[in-house]
Design a protein around this ligand. Structure first.
Ligand SMILES: Nc1ncnc2c1ncn2[C@@H]1O[C@H](COP(=O)(O)OP(=O)(O)OP(=O)(O)O)[C@@H](O)[C@H]1O
Length: 304
């Protein structure tokens, strides 16, 4: 399988601060890869290095085998930060200007307007567009040169739920056109249904990189509910002996733990709760969601 994006030890320091720390990952051609992590994790900086906009302090990147920042232009289109369009011009006029400036085929304007679902509103002024439409026009601009790789930085940021769904659908369509998409978000739930691959960043470091199946449903969780909410702290103490990352939820008087061997852990937990005299109403198993799995990889805010 061809590798579309190759990050090899990418590192960025600003003064003494390391904001991206030896990040390495490969994205196979034709896949959608999500780049996720909390605010400030380093997503934009990694994307900027892949685009040659920021020079790595160490490490290097290749796009379809070509070094980033080398002599040959990289086959990449991007939406990074807010797209800069002329408010008084229509979507079509804005794209046409960009096509002229970039010496792209003018027919690409109509094709990309279709792809991003803006053909019907193409003659309306940019300033009348919703945030979701503005982002889609930004994606259209990224597609003008017919790039093999598309890099989108937080394209759904601030967009309403319908707009988000439109953008997710669009990302799927772009990938089906045989392109590789790298898309970032601090909200995994937004991306999990469109991504094949995932790169998880936290405090500049790479916590996971690979096919999403490697994370999804990796662990089972046990949820125990007590009928006596005053005993919840004790139940949590017991749970933390089995899984230091166990967490409690006061609203449901329940405690959740991750368990690789759920049956064995359930028996132990039941026995120890009974010995401590904590009444359990329910002990159930559920598959950890992808978000649960990713949250386990990133440092909680209060521990940062
Ligand atoms: N030019 C710069 N000079 C100094 N520090 C910078 C610069 N650019 C980014 N940083 C810092 O690097 C860290 C990572 O920033 P980056 O924008 O890459 O994170 P992010 O994951 O994209 O965050 P967000 O989700 O908030 O956009 C932040 O702490 C940021 O303040």
């Amino acid at each position: 399988m061809t590798t579309a994006i190759e990050a090899d030890g990418l590192t960025k320091r600003y003064g003494r601060r390391t904001v991206v720390d030896h990040v390495s990952f490969d994205v196979p051609a034709g896949t959608v890869c999500g780049l996720v992590g909390p605010n400030g994790a380093g997503k934009t900086t990694v994307m900027s290095m892949l685009l040659g906009l920021v020079r790595p302090t160490e490490g290097h990147a290749r796009l379809l085998g070509q070094p980033v920042g080398g002599r040959r232009a990289n086959p990449v289109g991007a939406l990074i930060e807010a797209p800069a369009f002329h408010a008084a011009l229509s979507g079509r006029a804005n794209l046409t200007q960009l096509a002229i400036l970039g010496r792209h085929d003018r027919r690409a304007v109509e094709a990309t307007l279709e792809t991003v679902g803006l053909a019907e509103r193409a003659d309306d002024r940019y300033r009348t567009y919703s945030l979701g439409m503005k982002q889609r026009l930004g994606i259209a601009a990224a597609l003008l040169a017919d790039p093999a790789i598309v890099i989108l930085d937080e394209p759904t940021n601030g967009v309403d739920p319908q707009g988000m769904r439109d953008i997710r659908g669009l990302i799927g369509r772009i990938a089906r056109e045989d392109r590789t998409v790298l898309v970032s978000s601090h909200l995994l739930a937004e991306l999990e249904h469109v991504c094949d691959h995932l790169v998880v960043l936290d405090h500049g470091g790479c916590r996971f990189a690979g096919p999403i199946g490697g994370l999804r449903g990796e662990r089972t969780q046990l949820v125990a509910r007590t009928t006596d909410a005053t005993r919840l702290p004790e139940l949590l103490d017991l749970a933390r002996r089995l899984d230091p990352a166990a967490d409690s939820d006061a609203a449901t008087a329940s405690v959740t733990i991750g368990a690789d061997r759920p049956d064995e852990i359930a028996v132990r937990w039941q026995r120890e709760s009974a010995a401590a005299g904590i009444p359990l109403a329910e002990l159930s198993q559920r598959r950890a969601t992808l978000e649960d799995s990713v949250l386990r990889l990133v440092t909680p805010k209060d521990a940062a």
